[in-house]
Design a protein around this ligand. Structure first.
Ligand code: NAP
Length: 348
């Protein structure tokens, strides 16, 4: 496999640092790494493969000779700089919400819709691929094989999302508030609208006019796009919980044909990127403690819905910084390298 020049925009953030780790762990063939961030971090080092590499300030001309640009500097910055990277010849994999719902940008989870990548890299393509929202990724990884078997009719999902989903500032805020609570110190909330330590917040992202939050509507719209089910009946409630890593989801599904729990378990055991962790009698089920650092999505508590026919309930946990962001982005980069190598750096 040929080696490629990789830029990581947002390299000092919670997702960016995880991307460096994942690139290294998966032995991605990096010829040269270009870590980029704002002027706050320019000049500081990041570690990659045992070497310190100096972070540069993200600028329109940061992408000369870059084959793949992994972006996680937030939506506003992605919207401004991803087109510069694409124009310079890189293929961009963007973690933000900036391009996810654009009709000419594929929204990709490699286990679910790998072929969608082609839309971005075919001649005249936009050369931008969007990484879905973290809570959406772990949901569709589980939904897709079940849908293929029994046709989804309705999805109700309630999430328990960790503070790292709000970036490094979210992690810092839970830590500081927890310390302050134990030391009778002053509790300050800045990243979240209320105290998050020993509390939970049924609000992730700004409100939308229909009474849902943006995070909830991302789960609805992105799941429909990835699964190519534009009319899927799906509704979400997203809750921030005082957990550092991993998002958890209680998922209730209705299918067009009956899908017994044992059959669902068997289908999920064979599914790529999924680990069935399901033995209630032995207290075995997905938990953030089990999922942190794992690239698979854990699923368990698989049981019949007692309130409706052809219904199943299950519990899903995944590491939001890994499969929910960095790992999924690097998997897309691997897909580019294996299936579309001619598209990389094609404009240079
Ligand atoms: N956290 C998750 O679980 C998760 C999952 C999926 C997607 N995402 C998305 O990924 C993106 C980043 O999230 P995060 O959690 O990594 O946030 P974060 O910890 O706050 O990191 C933000 C990164 O962006 C950089 N940045 C900010 N403003 C910039 C600018 N003007 N120019 C260049 N770089 C800039 C920061 O650099 P400095 O060090 O210079 O400030 C930092 O490296 C967001 O769009 C988020 O929605 C996050």
């Amino acid at each position: 496999m040929r080696k490629v020049k990789v830029a990581v925009a947002g390299a000092t953030g919670a997702v960016g640092r995880e991307m460096l780790k994942v690139l290294e762990e998966r032995d991605f063939p990096v010829a040269e790494l270009v870590p980029l961030a704002s002027e706050r971090s320019a000049g500081k080092p990041v570690e990659f493969k045992g070497h310190e590499i100096i972070v540069r300030r993200l600028a329109p001309d940061s992408f000369a000779g870059v084959d793949i640009a992994l972006f996680s500097p937030g939506a506003t910055v992605s919207r401004e700089f991803a087109p510069h990277a694409a124009r310079a010849g890189a293929v961009v994999v963007d973690n933000s919400s900036a391009f996810r719902m654009d009709a000419d940008v594929p929204l990709v989870v490699p286990e679910v819709n790998p072929k969608a990548v082609e839309l971005a890299v075919r001649p005249g393509g936009r050369r931008i691929i969007a990484n879905p929202n973290c809570s959406t990724i772990q949901l569709v990884v589980v939904l897709k094989p079940l849908h293929d078997a029994a046709q989804l009719d309705r999805v109700i999902v309630s999430t328990y999302q960790s503070v790292s989903g709000a970036g490094q500032k979210g992690i810092d805020e839970l830590e500081k508030q927890s310390r302050a609570l134990f030391n009778m110190g002053e509790i300050k909330a800045s990243k979240f609208p209320h105290r998050i330590a020993f509390n939970l917040l049924p609000e992730i992202g700004p409100a939308t006019p229909n009474g849902y939050t943006e995070e909830e509507m991302k789960m609805v719209n992105e799941s429909r796009k990835i699964l190519e089910l534009p009319d899927l009946r799906i509704s979400a409630t997203c809750v921030r919980v005082p957990v550092f890593y991993c998002h958890s989801e209680a998922v209730n599904l209705t299918f067009r044909r009956d899908l017994p729990p044992d059959e669902a378990r068997e289908i999920l055991r064979r599914a790529r990127g999924v680990k069935v962790v399901d033995d209630l009698s032995q207290h075995v089920y997905p938990m953030p403690l089990l999922g942190a650092g794992d690239d698979d999505t854990l699923v368990g508590r698989i049981r019949r819905d007692l309130a409706q026919e052809r219904g199943l309930s299950l519990f899903v946990v995944s590491d939001n910084l890994r499969k929910g962001a960095a790992t999924n982005a690097v998997q897309i980069a691997e897909l580019l390298l294996s299936d579309y190598p001619g598209a990389l750096g094609a404009l240079n």
